[in-house]
Design a protein around this ligand. Structure first.
Ligand SMILES: [Zn+2]
Length: 337
């Protein structure tokens, strides 16, 4: 009779051999529990795809020994330190294969660099209550990256039934500097304007460059109230482009842009960056690709060009000239409605 090995004694990578050692090289707090063969392959950046997948599903892919310099998103080793004839065998499972089981589907999502529509739609056959329970369980047991993936799933798969859980996650989000991730779930799961108010309250104690990084959390709410917040919190000088990016995502109307241009710096700089953010281009921030900002209340783009030429004549800063010329050149691509 074969003696069954308890789950926590099985190698986390191959999930076949008994675990024989804890590898703490990149994370002493949450070691990998592995058989000797998988431990060697992990250290040589030469895991087989299914082994990488199994480890990334538990630990996330952002840890040093699993990260995207060493493996592609399908778990293929990019720069192994050993020759391994079977390295391309033992493929990682595809989304289609994982979609047959809720647990495996969640595994798959944790291994992705980015989640999208395809992954979210794969949850449809599962009852929302079951999905939420599985997400909560995985978030409780997981590290920061696993938790962040679960919050994203709540936002895009569960919605309002996740409200109590999302509300309860605020403290962890704040502690782990993951306000941006939490705010998407707050925008999609909590009744408005609860999430927006909570995020604005949290940002009250953040200043300077930290504020410019963390305020992107407000992008998810798509709310004109954020434009008022920008007016109240904008620094008088050294205005980063992130202010304009946030404005473009916050129900921005042409009338507000006009008033900002008329008021001069620093708000005029935000107006220019906001207009530029409405022009899709390579290399732009991912949030712009996801949320696809559009300027409201200005169907005739030639009006924008005319206003920019007038503004440009009054403000000779090189940044203004560069930005105005970019917007005018790409006016036909500027998203407006
Ligand atoms: Zn193993």
């Amino acid at each position: 009779m074969t003696k069954e090995i308890p789950v926590h004694w099985v190698c986390q990578a191959c999930r076949q051999a008994p675990a024989a050692e804890d590898v703490r090289d990149d994370d002493p707090v949450e070691p990998y529990r592995l058989c000797h063969e998988c431990a060697d392959r992990l250290r040589y950046r030469a895991l087989r795809p299914i082994e990488w997948f199994n480890l990334a599903a538990l630990h996330g892919w952002a840890k040093f020994l699993l990260h995207d310099d060493f493996y592609d998103q399908d778990g293929r080793a990019c720069q192994p330190d050993v020759d391994d004839d079977v390295i391309d065998e033992k493929h990682a499972p595809t989304l289609e294969m994982c979609a047959r089981s809720l647990e495996r589907l969640i595994d798959f999502c944790v291994t992705r660099w980015h989640l999208g529509k395809e992954e979210f739609e794969a949850f449809r056959p599962f009852p929302i209550g079951t999905v939420l329970a599985a997400i909560e369980h995985r978030a409780d047991a997981g590290n920061r990256q696993v938790w962040e993936t679960m919050v994203q799933l709540c936002a895009n798969v569960v919605g309002s039934p996740a409200a109590p859980w999302v509300r309860a996650q605020f403290n962890r989000a704040w502690r782990d500097v993951s306000l941006f991730i939490w705010a998407e779930a707050a925008a999609k799961c909590l009744p408005a304007p609860e999430g927006l108010h909570k995020t604005i309250d949290a940002l009250q104690v953040v200043h300077g460059r930290d504020l410019e990084k963390q305020m992107s959390a407000l992008s998810w709410f798509r709310a004109a109230a954020v434009l008022d917040w920008i007016e109240a919190h904008l620094p008088p000088q050294d205005v980063a482009a992130s202010w304009g990016q946030l404005a473009s995502l916050s129900d921005l109307h042409w009338s507000r842009v006009q008033s900002w241009l008329a008021s001069g710096r620093p708000l005029s700089l935000v107006a220019l960056d906001a207009l530029a953010s409405c022009i899709p281009r390579q290399g732009q921030a991912r949030i712009l690709t996801i949320l696809d900002p559009k300027l409201k209340g200005c169907g005739d783009r030639s009006v924008i060009g005319h206003a920019l030429r007038i503004y440009e004549a009054e403000d000779s800063a090189p940044r203004v000239a560069t930005k105005c010329s970019f917007i005018i050149q790409h006016l036909d691509k500027l998203r407006a409605e």
